[in-house]
Design a protein around this ligand. Structure first.
Ligand code: SF4
Length: 183
């Protein structure tokens, strides 16, 4: 921190409690260590040094659902696995978020027509917040998904009389955040 030392007078920063709490939450999303098929390799690459998901505060992959608040469903969800996915989701504490990563997870992917054993979309099993398409999606795409989850957390309203607002994503990455109305 030497670059900032001695540069400022003593000071205070003001913000709202809501913004401070949302900032803390969006900067410490802990994903569950959980991969089902080939998409999981891309998820692992996202966690490694080149893409470094830790830059977003989301690098602490937890080995138990009880310490995780983000489930990245990475890979083909078979009917045999569906009940396990559901059980893991239910073991995660609230608030929790789900990213459906890859074509298989989003809607059956290459198994859509003849894969009698594959669930045609993990949203039939758990509620999905963000869909990341591709077969497999590149790590950049998963990072984009993580940023959309952060947008959603930032829009969480905890003050009285204000319901949650949904951010409007845009393909340029620009996110239109609705105006916050203070009660
Ligand atoms: S979407 Fe493609 S890469 Fe991902 S699990 Fe399915 S087949 Fe594998």
């Amino acid at each position: 921190m030497t670059w900032i030392e001695g540069k400022f007078e003593e000071n205070v920063i003001t913000t709202t409690l809501e913004q401070a709490m949302n900032w803390a939450k969006q900067s410490s999303v802990w994903p569950m260590t959980f991969g089902l098929a080939c998409c999981a390799i891309e998820m692992m690459a996202t966690g490694a040094s080149r893409y470094d998901i830790d830059r977003f505060g989301a690098g602490a992959f937890r080995a138990t659902p009880r310490q995780a608040d983000l489930m990245i469903v990475a890979g083909t969800v078979t009917h045999k696995m569906a009940s396990r996915v559901r059980r893991l989701y239910e073991q995660m504490p609230d608030p929790k978020y789900v990213i459906a990563m890859g074509a298989c997870t989003v809607g059956g992917g290459p198994y859509f027509k003849h894969g009698y054993h594959v669930v045609k979309g993990v949203d039939l099993v758990v509620p999905v917040d963000v869909y990341v398409p591709g077969c497999p999606p590149r790590p950049e795409a998963l990072l984009e998904g993580v940023m959309r989850i952060q947008d959603k957390i930032r829009m969480k309203r905890i003050t009285k009389g204000n319901g949650d607002t949904l951010p409007t994503p845009h393909h340029t990455g620009y996110v239109k955040e609705p105006e916050i109305i203070l009660a």
